[in-house]
Design a protein around this ligand. Structure first.
Ligand SMILES: NC(=O)C1=CN([C@@H]2O[C@H](COP(=O)(O)OP(=O)(O)OC[C@H]3O[C@@H](n4cnc5c(N)ncnc54)[C@H](O)[C@@H]3O)[C@@H](O)[C@H]2O)[C@H](O)CC1
Ligand SMILES: [K+]
Length: 493
């Protein structure tokens, strides 16, 4: 499955470099702006064929330039158009100045705009060049538009959204629809930016895609193109041992459900065999609920050493319901020494809060064998400096964490980011809101463990696991529980 426009992501600065490369290769840059403005016009007219008045808000850069093109094209279509500008339009430069000079619509200062009933707003104030918090006049206009409930179509990005991080810089429009150019930007997927974009349309404005590909940014929307080639196939003749053996470590008698959810999910994800390794006091609780999944008592370090002697036990999940004490740290250290694969989740992560370096050192050598699946709070426990650095996007944080831990990191959320130590990263977009339910994280850990058990590399298993989890949730419907989610996990091939 090829990487294409739909799953490619460029940061605004990389997009700017692509623009510059296009201009250097002889492509007419005003032609690009013209196509951008025309595409916005087409989207606006399609979405609002009965719009009474189109109000174009133009900023001081090329985003505003796109707006001047759109204002002219909307007027040429016979629509009523009003135009408001931020800053002194006589100071516009280059293509934006050209676009303004060709726009016959009279313009007024932005602060004088008060929405009227029937207005449809084209937001061309800031796009890729937003560099700091929006000025007070934009904060005011965003508020007026919100209060009036007027629909907004955003050019490139809703003004106020940082295209690199998805952060709201002071205030930002909540668009009904966003028209962006060549590829989406991280801010269209990362929260809260995603919630401000409405539907997002990516328009080819004529920059050859080879110039986009030349920017080797290693950032994509998560999808099968990233990992399908590494997904284990189900071969009818495959022996169950060849499909790997996943072990999930259970917590004490009072906390066994999470491990069973992970185990059942691992089986569904294709592991040939799955065992719940349980403290003796929890055998009865686990035995009462397991059928296809096997059960084995593992209490002490010696028990674990014995258990690990069988090299066919290829992958492990530790954390769901496990408890955060020294036992978790000792077990993880022993597992690391085997050279096999581990998903460390929940309590397993928190157990290393006081000494994250001990965890990173244990997995420092060789190809990544560890998958970490922290939500925001757990991430901050292992990587407090990265969590606190406001300059970093969620992608930056996940990437730096992956490099530090020599692990595939799944930084969870509605906008999960999966990153590898070598810098590859994907942003996930297929997770429905219904996934925010008890036990959903345990199921994810189990899916990833099941894929690791079958020999999938850490980053691919992590990215595939997150995507399959999202697909399962969509199929399970709005009232899903962790149990019904498991029944909808599909291995895909
Ligand atoms: N290939 C493409 O994607 C094309 C994109 N186009 C459009 O161009 C903009 C990017 O244009 P740029 O001039 O770089 O940036 P902006 O217009 O977003 O803003 C820059 C402008 O605004 C000033 N500024 C930035 N932040 C603030 C702030 N907080 N307060 C006040 N002023 C601010 C800054 O100093 C500049 O003057 C892209 O989004 C597309 O819409 C091209 O039209 C075609 C090719
Ligand atoms: K905009």
């Amino acid at each position: 499955m090829a990487k294409g426009r739909d799953n490619w992501l460029l940061t605004p600065s990389a997009m700017g470099e692509v623009d510059a490369a296009a201009a250097a290769s002889g492509i007419d840059s005003f032609g690009l702006m013209e196509k951008a403005g025309q595409a916005v016009t087409a989207a606006v007219l399609k979405l609002f064929p009965g719009g009474e008045r189109f109000v174009v808000l133009c900023g001081p850069g090329n985003n505003g330039g796109d707006g001047y093109v759109a204002a002219r094209a909307l007027q040429e279509s016979g629509a009523a158009v009003a135009l408001y500008h931020l800053g002194d339009p006589s100071k516009l430069k280059g293509d934006a100045a050209t676009a303004r000079s060709r726009c016959p619509v009279p313009a007024e200062a932005l602060e004088t705009y008060f929405p009227m009933r029937g207005d449809v707003i084209v937001d061309a104030i800031f796009g890729a060049g937003l560099a700091r918090s929006v000025p007070p006049v934009v904060v005011d206009i965003v508020r007026r538009v919100d209060e009036a409930g007027a629909p907004v179509v955003a050019v490139d990005l809703p003004s106020g959204i940082d295209g690199r991080t998805g952060t709201v810089m002071g205030a930002a429009f909540k668009a009904r629809h966003t028209v962006t150019f060549m590829t989406r930007k991280p801010g269209h997927l990362l929260l809260p930016g995603r919630l401000h974009c409405g539907s997002v349309e990516t328009v080819d404005i004529g920059i050859p895609f080879r110039l986009v590909e030349a920017k080797d940014v290693h950032l994509f929307v998560n999808g099968p193109q990233e990992w399908l080639a590494a997904l284990p196939t189900t071969d009818a003749t495959a022996h169950k041992f060849r499909r790997g053996h996943l072990t999930v470590f259970s917590g004490p008698a009072t906390a066994t459900g999470a491990a069973r959810l992970a185990a059942a999910a691992g089986l569904r994800a294709g592991a040939g065999l799955v065992t719940v390794a349980t403290p003796p006091d929890a055998i009865a609780a686990n035995a009462a609920h397991l059928t296809a999944v096997m059960l084995k008592a593992v209490e002490t370090g010696n028990d674990l050493d014995d258990y690990l002697r069988d090299e066919r036990r290829t992958a492990f999940v530790l954390g769901p319901g496990f408890g955060v004490g020294p036992k978790a740290r000792a077990f993880v250290t022993a597992l690391a020494a085997t050279g096999r694969h581990l998903v460390l989740d929940a309590d397993g992560i928190t157990a290393f809060a006081e000494d994250p370096q001990a965890l990173f050192s244990a997995f420092a050598d060789g190809a990544p064998r560890l998958v970490l699946t922290p939500h925001e709070g757990e991430f901050a426990r292992l990587f407090p400096d990265l969590a606190d650095d406001p300059a970093l996007s969620k992608v930056d944080r996940a990437r730096q964490a992956a490099a530090r831990a020599n692990a595939a990191v799944v930084y969870k959320g509605a906008d999960s980011v999966i990153a590898a130590p070598d810098g590859r990263a994907v942003i996930n977009e297929n997770a429905p809101a219904s996934l925010a339910t008890a036990g959903s994280g345990d199921v994810l850990a189990g899916i990833v463990g099941g894929l690791l058990a079958q020999g999938m590399p850490a980053f691919e298993a992590a990215a595939a696991g997150v995507w399959l989890h999202g697909e399962a949730a969509s199929k399970a419907g709005a009232s899903l529980t962790a149990e019904t989610l498991i029944n909808h996990i599909d291995r895909w091939h």
